[in-house]
Structures are given as C-alpha cells and as structure tokens.
Design a protein around this ligand. Structure first.
Ligand SMILES: [Zn+2]
Length: 883
C-alpha cells in the first residue's frame, strides 16, 4: 500500500482536465458562490510557495461549496501588463507578448500541478486584445461620465446641463465646461516621475519615504500632460460603501485614511492692493482671529501676481529650490522650516488686520487649495515657523489649567488643545465668539462667513485625482486621437480593440515620450476630411486591467458585450476575495471606484464588487545571521545538534525568520515540494502551517509531517483488508460525525489548520481500531477531498465508484451520535481523587452507588472502613466519605 503520489496525482489531474470536471455552468436554479483569487502577475521566476497559500484556501472552499450544492465560480487568469517583460524586450528585442505567453504557460503548468479546481475555460489575460478591448471600452465610459453632486452618482455626459452663462460664451467655453466634468480628463499635471523607470507614478505607488513602490528609487515632481481620473468625486461613496463590507478592519481603515475626509470651510482672504482673493481651506475656521500670516505653495497659480517687485528675486530662487525636493522632504516635521516673504499682505476677514503672505514649501499644491492661513499660537508647525521668522503669535484659546499659561498667553509657547475663545471679537466686523466652545465657535464663524459671501462649509478629501497614464509600451493603448485643431476624440466602439503596434525599438523615445511615439505608421491618422491627428502615446497603468477582471470571468468569451446582463446579475457580487494585504489602497480602491461608476451607469447590478475580503498572511522562511547581524545564505549553513554553523568560518549562527529572498537562497519553489512530497502534501502543509491570516515560516520538517499523515491514511484506507461490511464501531461512528462537523465548521470559518488536525485524530482512531466499514471509509474520503483531492479521488475509485467525488453531497452529521449518553466521573474518597469511571447518564443514583462501590478499584479504599456518605453530582463528581 505504498503511497505513490507521483502516479496518483497526474492521473487525477488528467481526469479532471479531460472531463472538464470543474467547468462552471450558468445554472441559475442553484445558489451561487463566486470565490476569487487575486490573479498573479506572471513573472519569469514562476510561482513561489506564497502563491498557493491563498489559492489552496480558496480551492478548499470551492470544493466544499460544490459538495454543499452550490454552483461555484472559481476562475484564474493573469495580470500580465508590466515592466519586466518590457525591460526584457529592450534588452533582447523579444516582443513582450512572447515573454508574457511563456510566463503564463509556466504559471498555468505550475498551478495545474497543485490540483486547483479552476474552470480553465474562463482563463483571462489582461494583455489579450479580446480582453483589453473592454478595458478600453470602460475608459470610454469614464470619459463620457460626469458626477452629479446632488444625486451623488455618475451620469452620462450627454445628460449634463450646461449653464446659460457658459452657453453664452460660445462653443469653446461649453467644451471646456464639459471637459472639467468628465471623470477622465487630459491635462497638464504635476506628477511623480521615476527617473529610473522613466515613467510617472500614481500617488498610491509612492511609498511614505518618497520612493517608487516598484523599484525603490526616489521619485521627483514633473509637469506633464497626462490622463487623470476624478476618483475624489466618489470619496463619499467609497467611504460609506465600506460600512457593509465583510472586510478586515485594517484594510477598511487604510482606505478611510487614504480617502481622508475632513469637514471645514473655504475662506476667501482679500489680497491687499490686488483685486484678487486668496482662498484657503481650513478645518478650524473658528481660529481665524489667531491667523497672523498666510502661506502659499511655491506652485500656487497666484504666486507671480502676489510677489512684489523687490521680493521677486528671492521668491524665484526659493521656488526653484523647492522644485527639487520630494513632498516628503517638504512636509517632514523634523526638517528645518524654510520660506520667503512675498512682500504682499492679505486682509484677515474677521478683524480686517493685514497679515503677511509667505511662500513656503511645507504647503503642497495637492491638498486643499494650495494656500493656508497660519495660526501659530495653536499649531506647532506654524508656531515654529512664526518664531523662525519673527511673525506675531496671537493666542485665542484660553489654556486654562496649563502650567505655562502665562507664556502661552504672551505668545511664547504653543497651545494645541482646546479652550474657550479669547481675543476673538472685532468691533469693525461685528463678529464675536469669545467664551464659546469649539463646536459653537465653528458654527458661528461659518454662518458669519456664508452670510458675508466670503466662505462656506466644505468637505475636503485627501484623495487626489488618479494619474492614469504611463510612458510605456507594454500597457493598454488609450483609444484616443489628438487632432491638429486641438480636438480630442475617442475611437469608435466598433474599432476596438485598438491594438499595440509592433515595434523594433522598445526604449522610450528621445523626448521621454512613450515608445509608442516611435511607431510612425500607427501613430499618425487622417480623418475623411483630411484632418491630421496623432494617437495618444501614453498607455494605461497596470492597475487598469485588474480594476474589472472579476467581471470578465463571468462571461469571458463574449465578443458582443462586456458580459451578458443575466450572468452578471446571477454571479455578482464576488462572495469571497482572497489575496495579500498590500493592495489595500491600490487595486482594492481603484476597482471599487470603477465598479461604482459602472453601477451608476447601469452596467453592473451591485454597488460594491467584493462582499467579503480575506488577507492571507505572508509565508516567510528561516534565515541565518552572525552575531553582528550579517545575513548568511542558506547553502553556507549546517545544523549540528540543533545549532547552526557557518560551513566556511565555523562561526555559530542565529536562526531568524525573514522574507524569502534570492540572495538568502531560501526561496521555496512549489515544483520541488511537489516532486518530493506530492501536491496533496503541499496543499495540506500550506494550510497546516498556522492560521491563514498569520505570517509564518516555511519548514521542510512540517511538509514531511503532513506527508507522513497522508501516507498513513493511504496505507490504511487503500487496504481492502481494513475496509469491512457490517455495523460501524460506536466510538468510530461518533468520532466520524464529530469530524464531519468540525471539518465543515472550520472550512466555513477559514480555520483550515484545525480542520486538518481533526482529520488526523480520526485517522489515528481508525488505525487503532484496525478496521472501518466501507461507508465510513467513503465518508472519510469525502471530507478529506477539499484538502487532499487527489488522494480522495483515488480512494473513492478504489471503493468502486465510477464518477468523480467532486459533486458528491457533503456528508450529513448524525446529531444523535453527537449527544453525550455517558459521563466519565472522577471518583474521590474523603476528597482525594482515586480513579475515573464511565457511567450512563440515565443510570439511577442507587444503581450508580452499587456499581461504584462494587468496582474492584474501590475495594482498596473501603476495606475495613464504613461508607458514611455517598455524594453524587450528575455530570460532575462522585465523592465517598469513609471512616
Ligand atoms: Zn521606479
């Protein structure tokens, strides 16, 4: 009964493939369950053991749900646009499509070798023109949609009402008005530029240390004409939609923080000597009386007008210097404050005082209006700036119980907590909030500003427009033509997909433009009137294809529409989505945004795409380091008696847990694990390592452990001598039904590791008993199937079944077997526990007394003594007083 996994596993994989066992039909009579993996980027390195962790978990659930009678949609595909294939093309001239094809083939082979039950007829690839035709189609939808603030929803641009005063200004003004409303627009934008990747990056791709998440190089600011998406319009919807989602709180919080909603007011400050206003956004309009200066960002549109002649030189120099700094450098609280006075003053609207306008780079153009009012008495950063440049500090909140109250009142210290307002009234303007609390103060000032027409309550979002283009070849081309007369048109639906041109040269063009600018034949177009145009040379960012791929799985081969309406209504939303937590504010926010737009336009039937989200924990590896913390590659480490030594220096090393990495030579390839132990062992170990959402290190010994378990299962359950007819042993029957219940419960709750333990416990009992009935063996094969499907199919066929067990009904639990009918009592003599005895729960008390006292183990404690009292507490204890 040798466990020959290398024969069993390929046999069943072939069976599943030939019989299309996991082909999903759109059978609307069944309840549906859509279970989705975050699809991989098919890198040249192939799968690592981190991939199958999530894939195995979803596969177990898929197999279980099928047995529970659900129609399961469980698809796989490739997010295949990306930089590595393009860089390889630059070096070798190999078309990225060829590299991508090769990598996808390798991924598919590896995934199939794990025995994952995907419906391969639904495989998609974001680089396939049949797929990106619809990515381009959605882009067109975004372009032709505006956000109706009142209805809080996206509507077709054709329904946009053009105000009469705009119409009066003529066609150009109308077009400009429309363009300002489109969810997708083309504009000069201050963008993040990665000089190493030679491309722009979205805000979400820039890490908090100012580096590009793809390559780690520091990004810089650049002004470029780019496509942007107005995602902030959906800020409120993206926030409120989170409420009803079954997602990890941590991911929801990251999205909330990224969206960054705040309430405050926009306030207009008149500029002294100019017929212009400077608008600021503040969350604390109640502190206007404390505003003693203003700051505008170096990129502010009014800088040149505001700067007085004598200050021009110093301001220009400052702006030049600021352009070279990263946002992080500019806003780092620990950094020295810099700034220059513009020579100009603004008028504080609440008290008519003149306050200086400064330019300082700690104010960014990206947030609010690019201008702030500064209240140094009550903001640490403003306070430091004011002290540095000798600007007055005006305390307006009474620091009642503060130890240094006098200092604060004198403007020599900063007070950032609350207090009643002081110095907050003006005879000239009539505004007076002295003595009020914060809420009342904000309300009164906002009402006053609105009545005067110089400000209004405003909601602000940190979320910025999504920079949606890249200077790349290997991405979706925009279906856009820029005409010589300045008009921009989109490619007609019937001419989609707009394919990528074939190139000889994949490097960016000399001007820093995308390589598409090299494709002359593709690039230049002429319309039927002889007007010349040029195609958009940017391509869409890699996030585009993954924004909606889950929708295409529903109807992947539909050539006439993005998907069939009925199918979408049946399958959506995704019931469970499993993937890494690193996508919290990238993919997961972007796809929610697109989905909401499609929902508003009536393309999809649900407001949210992913009902439940689960993040698997990262799989780490053991690594080794010296006493000084230097890392040592695994092939230079040897183990002796549980200690680790450097094979060359002999130095003792410390075992640590770290990310798998090529340099540490501790990357585990699933192919190797399958070759040594089989796919079922790989699957079982991925789940047995620990709770799915935790980080845990890979340990070869652990794989051996689950392999030994499977080998023992096989030796017993595949042995005809062990499988008998007749009535099942009571203990076996009881544990079998406990195990059915436990395994089902643990799968439903994604506690896969404890489900495996239960299967192990049952296997031990079966081996101890030496035999089980055929019915028990078949039931065990069924509950083992989601975890170790190859082994389960093999056993199932050994028992004479001709069909796959993938659609066998999940075994019913016989509840009557689970209820306790006896109890093991601890028996004490004079309070000391001496032995245990199992007694039926329905046995009368006098019979219990007789049985216990007659037990031979009791004789020793009773001999020569009198039983004075027999204490019996049902389902608890038995105590006998003797003396
Ligand atoms: Zn980069």
């Amino acid at each position: 009964m040798e466990y020959k996994f290398a024969e069993i596993e390929p046999k069943w994989q072939k069976y599943w493939e030939e019989n299309k066992t996991f082909k999903t039909n759109d059978d609307y009579s069944k309840p549906k369950y859509y279970i989705l993996d975050m699809f991989p980027y098919p890198s040249g390195a192939g799968l690592h053991v981190g991939h199958p962790e999530g894939y195995t978990a979803t596969d177990i659930l898929s197999r279980y749900k099928r047995m529970k009678g659900f129609n399961v949609l469980h698809p796989m595909g490739y997010d295949a646009f990306g930089l590595p294939a393009e860089q390889y093309a630059m070096q070798t001239g190999t078309h990225p499509a060829i590299t991508t094809q090769k990598n996808c083939d390798n991924f598919r082979r590896q995934i199939k070798a794990i025995g994952l039950s995907y419906d391969w007829d639904r495989e998609i690839n974001t680089t396939d023109p049949k797929y990106f035709k619809w990515t381009q189609w959605i882009f067109k939808k975004l372009y032709d949609t505006y956000f109706d603030e009142e209805q809080q929803k996206g509507r077709p641009i054709s329904e946009l009402v053009i105000p009469e005063d705009i119409k009066a200004k003529g066609e150009t003004a109308v077009q400009e008005y429309i363009s300002e409303k489109r969810l997708a627009y083309y504009d000069n934008a201050q963008v993040w530029w990665c000089d190493s990747c030679k491309t722009v990056c979205a805000n979400e791709e820039v890490l908090t240390d100012g580096s590009h998440e793809k390559c780690g190089n520091t990004v810089i600011r650049k002004n470029l004409k780019q496509w942007l998406l107005r995602i902030p319009h959906y800020g409120e919807r993206l926030l409120s939609g989170l409420e009803n989602l079954d997602w990890p709180e941590g991911v929801k919080d990251m999205q909330r923080n990224w969206i960054g909603k705040s309430t405050g007011a926009e306030v207009d400050f008149a500029i002294d000597g100019l017929d212009k206003n400077l608008r600021v956004y503040t969350t604390r309009p109640d502190t206007l009386f404390g505003a003693t200066y203003m700051v505008i960002a170096p990129e502010h549109a009014l800088v040149n007008e505001i700067v007085t002649e004598d200050k021009k030189e110093s301001v220009d120099a400052y702006i030049k210097a600021a352009a070279l700094k990263s946002d992080l450098d500019r806003t780092d609280l620990a950094k020295e404050k810099t700034g220059v006075f513009t020579g100009r003053y603004a008028v504080n609207p609440v008290n008519k005082q003149l306050i200086p306008i400064w330019v300082a780079d700690y104010v960014l153009m990206g947030y609010g209006t690019g201008a702030i009012m500064a209240v140094p008495a009550h903001d640490t950063r403003d306070f430091e700036f004011a002290k540095e440049f000798d600007i007055p500090v005006n305390c307006i909140l009474d620091p009642k119980d503060a130890e240094n109250r006098d200092k604060i009142l004198a403007g020599d210290a900063c007070w950032t907590e609350d207090g009643a307002y002081i110095n907050s009234s003006s005879d000239e303007t009539g505004l007076d909030i002295n003595g009020l609390n914060k809420a009342a103060g904000i309300q009164q000032v906002v009402e006053w500003l609105e009545a005067k027409g110089i400000g209004k309550a405003t909601v602000n979002f940190k979320l910025r427009d999504w920079l949606f283009s890249r200077q790349r070849y290997w991405g979706e081309p925009f279906p856009v033509i820029h005409w010589e007369d300045g008009e921009v048109t989109l490619v007609e639906d019937e001419n989609l997909p707009l394919q990528l041109p074939n190139l000889e040269e994949y490097s960016p063009s000399a001007t820093g433009e995308s390589p598409l600018a090299n494709a002359e034949d593709w690039l230049m177009v002429t319309d039927k009137n002889g007007r010349k145009g040029r195609r958009e040379t940017n391509t869409m960012p890699q996030w585009a294809g993954s924004c909606w791929y889950y929708l295409r799985y529903i109807d992947p081969n539909n050539e006439d529409s993005i998907f069939d309406v009925k199918k979408e209504q049946y399958w959506m939303p995704v019931d469970l989505y499993v993937g890494g937590a690193e996508h919290a504010v990238l993919h997961l926010l972007y796809s929610r945004f697109w989905h909401k737009v499609l929902f508003d336009l009536g393309v999809v039937s649900t407001d949210e795409p992913f009902q439940k989200l689960f993040n698997q924990g990262m799989i780490l590896a053991f690594a080794y380091e010296t006493a000084t913390g230097a890392k040592v590659a695994s092939d230079l480490v040897e183990e002796k008696d549980g200690k680790y030594f450097h094979t060359e220096t002999g130095e003792e090393l410390r075992q640590i847990v770290a990310k798998m990495s090529k340099s540490l030579k501790n990357v585990v390839n699933p192919d190797d694990v399958i070759a040594h132990y089989g796919a079922d062992s790989l699957r079982l170990y991925e789940m047995f390592m620990g709770p799915l959402d935790e980080r845990k290190p890979w340990a070869e010994n652990g794989v051996k452990g689950v392999f030994n378990f499977l080998a023992r299962v096989y030796r017993f359950f595949a042995d005809p001598a062990k499988i008998v007819d007749g009535e099942e042993d009571k203990e076996v029957a009881k544990l079998l039904h406990q195990t059915i219940q436990k395994v089902a419960h643990d799968i439903e709750n994604m506690k896969f590791n404890t489900g495996i333990s239960a299967l192990m416990v049952f296997n031990n009992l079966a081996i101890k008993k030496g035999k089980v009935t055929k019915q028990t063996a078949e039931t065990f094969a069924k509950i083992l199937a989601p975890y170790a499907p190859h082994m389960a199919e093999e056993l199932w066929s050994l028992y004479g079944n001709k069909e796959t067990l993938a659609y066998e009904a999940w075994p019913e639990v016989d509840q009557s077997l689970l209820t306790e009918d006896s109890y093991e009592y601890p028996v004490s003599f004079n309070g000391k526990m001496r032995f245990k005895i199992e007694l039926p729960l329905d046995m009368p008390k006098d019979e219990i007394e007789n049985t216990v006292l007659a037990d031979e183990r009791a004789a020793k404690w009773i001999e020569g003594k009198t039983v004075r009292k027999f204490i019996f507490v049902p389902k608890k204890i038995i105590n006998i007083a003797v003396g």
